[in-house]
Design a binder for this molecule. Structure first.
Ligand SMILES: Nc1nc2[nH]cnc2c(=O)[nH]1
Length: 451
């Protein structure tokens, strides 16, 4: 039987518009979607409330608690969870070779993978992340284990078996043998995910790690596979000075152009970082309707530049937020959306106070709290083309219920949203729903059916 939540909620319909409604009735129907939303001003409000009360299916969210859409992590390397925060002072290629690839190589051990992945998926859910786009490791068995754990714990997940076979950019003990094995491994993985998760809570993603780690033949074959299957693609794109230059030296073109030539830049693609895009790249990404996973924490360490979030949002590119575990140290999209706002302010103001104030930064770069909230919710959903990220009729019922601070009620709704998003820890996330199912609850005092 359908459940009805009685709750106040925030939901971003667009980067500039966040809706706030008090004490609305939100019906969760059996297919995991929002069946109806009745606001207090609706003539049917009292009738719907009484009906929900009499069928005993009403959950009244306790005072001081709010419903938000679940957050969508658009870029996360699951096997890197054990090294979150470690060696971020090293340059990207150094960090990959000396820390990341040796760690990922350990995921040949399924027991190790199981322990790490259980902890990661649980941690993300407790941080309000209801959907995640994951890079796995190169090992299908470990990646299938990640999929199994996401399904068991109830997280919506998009998972790629990582392809990396370029002997010049990958270590001998952690690379795919050649293009043919990389391709057959990817096909096997796709098939296994589709067989094992027919409800599509978990879906496969074609995942060339990034251009430097893939041989040209491999990029060609994965591009063909992407065209053939129309599956999602994820990769890193123009992510640092070194990486951007590497691709220019090897192909004489930028990452975006090269990805497009291989058939890997399309409306199903999610490109991580993209701090080094040229204006022409930005236009190409928009034309091809690819999405960008903005990873503000990670970019602060490896990006060699601040992503122009505001400029690209204004041009209506598809953009969401990624934690980039472990280039970013925090599993929380709260921390990442706070950092997105802070980074955008620094892009606007500039960093070297010895320069004249009006030539230090890039004008009109600051994003608002609403825009950051949009990125973590509806922006991520648009990037993945999923029917989630908003509290709206027909959307998937992926939610988080958060407790506000006591002084909260004296604030305006806009300030309440900022306060909620900027003064937050996982402690305040009391319950999480995916597909209309309760998948995490911290304690039981977030609802109060006595009311
Ligand atoms: N941040 C980050 N960037 C990458 N570029 C290629 N691989 C990686 C990775 O694992 N993390």
């Amino acid at each position: 039987m359908a459940i009805t939540l009685k709750t106040s909620y925030f939901s971003a319909n667009s980067p500039n518009h966040v809706e706030f409604h008090e004490q609305s009735l939100i019906e969760l129907i059996e297919n995991g979607q929002i069946g109806q939303i009745i606001h207090q001003s609706d003539p049917d409000y009292q009738k719907t409330l009484t009906a929900a009360q009499t069928t005993d299916q009403l959950i009244t969210i306790a005072p001081g608690h709010y419903l938000l859409p679940g957050f969508i992590d658009l870029h996360n390397h699951a096997p890197q969870w054990p090294q979150a925060g470690i060696a971020l002072d090293r340059p990207l290629n150094d960090w990959l070779n000396h820390y990341t690839f040796p760690l990922e190589a350990r995921f040949a051990d399924l027991d190790y993978a199981t322990a790490v992945y259980r902890d990661l998926v649980h941690t993300l859910l407790t941080n309000g992340t209801t959907s995640a786009l994951y890079f796995g490791s190169i090992h299908n068995n470990a990646n299938l284990k990640l999929a199994e754990i996401c399904a068991q714990l109830g997280q919506r997940a998009f998972i790629g078996t990582v392809v990396m076979d370029n002997p010049e950019q990958t270590p001998a003990n952690y690379r795919d043998v050649n293009s043919a094995t990389a391709l057959s491994k990817t096909r096997t993985f796709i098939q296994a995910i589709q067989n094992q998760h027919p409800d599509q809570l978990v879906q496969p993603v074609i995942t060339p790690r990034f251009i430097p780690s893939c041989q040209t033949e491999t990029l060609t074959q994965l591009g063909r596979l992407a065209q053939e299957t129309q599956l999602r693609v994820q990769t890193h794109c123009s992510q640092s000075t070194w990486e951007h230059q590497y691709v220019l030296d090897r192909f004489g073109q930028t990452d975006s152009v090269v990805l497009q030539q291989f058939g890997l830049l399309n409306q199903h693609a999610v490109l991580a970082h993209a701090t080094q895009l040229t204006t022409a790249d930005q236009q190409l990404i928009k034309t091809e309707q690819a999405a960008i996973a903005h990873c503000p924490l990670s970019n602060a360490y490896f990006g060699n530049g601040v992503f122009p979030t505001k400029q690209l949002l204004d041009q209506q590119l598809k953009i969401g937020l990624g934690t980039d575990i472990a280039g970013g140290y925090s599993p929380s999209l709260y921390t990442n959306l706070q950092t997105a706002v802070t980074a955008s302010q620094m892009r606007q103001d500039g960093v070297d106070a010895r320069l004249p104030a009006d030539s230090r930064g890039v004008a009109d770069s600051r994003i608002t709290t609403e825009e950051a909230f949009y990125l973590a919710t509806a922006g991520g959903a648009a990037s993945l083309a999923i029917n989630a990220g908003q509290i709206k009729l027909g959307m998937l019922a992926d939610f988080q219920i958060v407790q506000a601070a006591p002084q909260f009620t004296t604030l305006t709704p806009a300030d309440q949203l900022t306060h909620l998003l900027f003064n937050h820890t996982a402690q305040q996330i009391k319950a999480v729903y995916v597909n209309g199912q309760l998948v995490h609850q911290k304690e039981q005092n977030w609802y109060d059916n006595a009311q």
